[in-house]
Write a protein that binds this ligand. Structure first.
Ligand SMILES: [Zn+2]
Length: 329
């Protein structure tokens, strides 16, 4: 499932390529035909990411709300310019790792996790990326013929953005947008960090629910999914089963601050990089391979990087939870 960093990356690409332009909107698949008709011919005025949702405002106060859910993704084609804070796909913009070292080339993940042409659910986007690569070599047609079930296509003179497989793709009024946002927990890239910390801490300290579930609850905190959940808990050496109200307040606050550190790194690099203090060689390895950039996520049965205990995996509310039973005892 795309986590918060992906949605913030999509909103930035929208800012660069769609906002400020009149779009031709269509629903090649047909399921959003009426909505597309409303948007068609309007200028996109703003793109906003909150939690795992994106809100795009069009003139006339028409808002589009998109939630990618488990399988959704946006594919960009044509001329796609990229935010200066995000490394370019040909790699000359530079990125800063956690030590502040400037790495002068973007290190692209072998599995395409930090692709700029397709952002969303990784497994499906890989398939589409290969389709797209073939397409680009042979394709002279503009706009490109839609591939698969495209729910919504937004087309400017030079850029094409195709949405496939979202959980939600609806039009909303400004009041409805506000009501949706009001139900979401604080997002470190949207909310004031201090206020966000207070809100998050107050909510967690009231709840009997295990902290491992609270971190994934979008009404408690925005944007954390399965990978960040496991990693933040490990970094805090926190047992995932402890009820929220029993987690020491300092640890709760530290987890919020940690999320506020990790999220911008994810937006910048396109990767859920959750390890600190890597030397340059280890940093390159970690950027290129998921197996080298996490403390516990997806490491079931492997020795903990800190204490050597085998990492365990268990089901928690239908999602896999990874943790170290001795570091996080
Ligand atoms: Zn351990």
């Amino acid at each position: 499932m795309p986590e918060g960093h992906s949605v913030h990356r999509i909103a930035r690409q929208f800012d660069r390529n769609i906002v400020g332009r009149v779009v031709a909107a269509s629903s090649p698949q047909g399921r959003f035909a009426e909505g597309a008709e409303v948007i068609d011919g309007r200028e996109a005025l703003e793109a906003r990411a909150v939690a795992k949702q994106m809100f795009v405002r069009f003139d006339g106060d028409v808002w589009l709300r998109v939630h990618l859910g488990m399988y959704g993704a946006w594919d960009f084609s044509g001329d796609v310019s990229v935010d200066a804070t995000i490394a370019s796909s040909n790699g000359r913009m530079g990125q800063t790792n956690q030590r502040g070292t400037v790495v002068d080339e973007a290190i692209m993940d072998a599995a395409g996790e930090n692709s700029l042409s397709s952002i969303g659910a990784p497994r499906r986007s890989r398939v589409r990326m290969s389709e797209q690569t073939t397409g680009l070599e042979e394709q002279s047609e503009w706009p490109p013929p839609p591939v698969g079930a495209v729910r919504l296509r937004l087309l400017t003179e030079t850029t094409c953005a195709d949405l496939r497989g979202p959980t939600a793709c609806v039009l909303q009024t400004p009041d409805e947008v506000q009501a949706t946002i009001d139900k979401l927990g604080p997002d470190p890239l949207v909310d004031d960090l201090t206020e966000g910390e207070e809100r998050f801490t107050a909510t967690v300290k009231k709840k009997p629910t295990p902290i491992g579930l609270l971190l994934m609850d979008q009404s408690v905190v925005s944007g954390i999914g399965n990978v960040y959940r496991a990693e933040i808990l490990f970094r805090a050496r926190q047992n995932p089963h402890t009820p929220g109200r029993d987690v020491p307040e300092e640890v709760v606050r530290e987890m919020w601050r940690d999320w506020a550190r990790l999220l911008p790194i994810g937006v910048e690099t396109g990767q859920m990089m959750t390890m600190d203090d890597l030397d340059p060689a280890a940093y390159r390895r970690a950027m290129a391979r998921r197996a080298d950039r996490h403390w516990v996520y997806h490491r079931e049965g492997l020795p903990c990087r800190v204490c050597g205990t085998a990492i365990v995996m268990e089901e928690a509310a239908g999602r896999k939870l990874y943790w170290c039973p001795s570091c996080q005892a």
